[in-house]
Design a protein around this ligand. Structure first.
Ligand code: GAF
Length: 385
């Protein structure tokens, strides 16, 4: 049993976190805190360009069971790892002292302390069904759940809209990955049954109803199982080219290049690769806005071509897809999907396919067959709803 004042989330993953805590520490946790995985409907590599994104959460989540611990020490057990991680004040007063998955936890402690918040020592136990390394934001879910636990245990007043920046800071400055604000915003601010329209410059949000079932639709989330190839370095290099291009164009960020001014902007750039990177970001921002208009009008089915155009842009202009991902998209479309695209940072991860609900088996079979024909390891499927 956890503290009745902090009942926390229920369900199998929450039970595993609480049982793990009891087994590991010999007493029940003070509470449990959860954060979900996410997929991004559209708007890829736009967040760090101050642009627009449209993520939604998945029925997969990470749960942290936790209780305070004396002496400014943190002990973290995870069901995904054989050995617990332990650290003290010394490891969170300068960045980068805890390595591996524990860095995401230590990074949150570091970022909270760095922002001037009290952080109690704590014992934590983590359980999760968000697959790691599949591009569904297992890292952001871990950061957000740990942040919620520590904020609550420490009695810190930190409203939801201020949490994503803090979690992002943990990832950027402590873990050392230069991600944007989308994933942390999605897992903290999305509402069930809605996509989150986020303006990454102002951090203003609009919750957009996203009811697939009511429209007779389903979304397949296809885990490509492609090994992440150079993902870290390639992500950083895409970000660097966008920032360099913004400088060359004399704008604060590529968000400031309007779709109507794209040709004029491209004419100012000498290098073909940079032009293609810019074209992806500018057209992708416009596709998010167009998708938003359709969703506001309740026309979910009609967003398909925008999803597919987004994929082509990521494949041809931003060059972040891999053969497994392109195969899944092509097979889904050939089997009748309304639209399909890679979701997330790229170089592996997942594909979203928007389908008629009664086509799920046929599309799944078509993708599985296309994979087998190319000798790729079979993909994993999640179906929404
Ligand atoms: C990753 C990053 F973490 C996000 O910030 C975002 O840039 C995304 O890739 C691409 O849209 O998930």
């Amino acid at each position: 049993m956890t503290d009745p004042a902090r009942p926390g989330p229920a369900g199998e993953v929450a039970d595993r976190a609480a049982a793990g805590f009891l087994h590991r520490y010999g007493e029940p946790p003070a509470g449990r805190w959860a954060a979900p995985g996410r997929a991004n409907l559209i708007g890829e590599h736009t967040d760090y360009n101050d642009g627009f994104v449209l993520p939604f959460t998945l029925p997969l989540r990470t749960v942290v069971a936790a209780a305070p611990q004396d002496g400014g020490r943190w002990t973290v057990w995870s069901e995904l790892s054989d050995s617990p991680v332990e650290f003290g004040i010394a490891e969170v007063t300068a960045s980068g002292r805890v390595a591996g998955w524990g860095a995401y936890v230590a990074g949150v402690v570091w970022a909270l302390r760095d922002a001037g918040h009290p952080v109690p020592g704590a014992r934590l136990a983590i359980a999760s069904d968000v697959p790691v390394g599949s591009g569904l934001s297992s890292s952001a879910a871990l950061e957000a759940a740990v942040l919620a636990a520590l904020v609550d245990l420490g009695g810190v007043d930190l409203p939801a809209e201020r949490r994503p920046r803090l979690a992002q800071r943990a990832e950027n400055a402590y873990v050392g990955v230069p991600t944007g604000i989308m994933d942390q915003s999605a897992v903290i601010r999305c509402r069930p049954g809605h996509a989150l329209f986020l303006d990454c410059r102002t951090e203003s949000v609009e919750h957009i109803p996203f009811d697939l079932a009511a429209a007779g639709l389903a979304m397949l989330v296809i885990d490509s199982r492609a090994p992440h190839r150079h993902a870290g370095g390639e992500y950083a290099s895409r970000r660097a080219s966008c920032e360099q291009a913004a400088k060359l164009l004399g704008v604060a960020a590529l968000r400031d290049v309007p779709a109507a001014g794209l040709d004029e902007a491209l004419a100012l750039l000498d290098d073909d690769e940079t032009r293609r990177r810019v074209r992806h970001v500018v057209t992708e921002n416009q596709r998010v806005l167009d998708t938003l208009d359709l969703l506001r009008a309740g026309r979910i089915r009609d967003i398909g071509p925008l999803l597919t155009a987004s994929h082509a842009s990521m494949r041809d202009d931003f060059e972040i897809t891999v053969p497994e991902i392109d195969t899944a998209v092509e097979a889904a479309l050939a089997a009748g999907a309304h639209g399909a695209r890679m979701t997330g940072g790229g170089f592996g991860g997942c594909v979203l396919a928007l389908i008629d609900a009664d086509r799920a088996d046929a599309v799944t079979a078509a993708i599985t067959t296309a994979y087998a024909a190319r000798n790729f390891p079979a993909p994993n499927f999640h179906r929404l709803p």
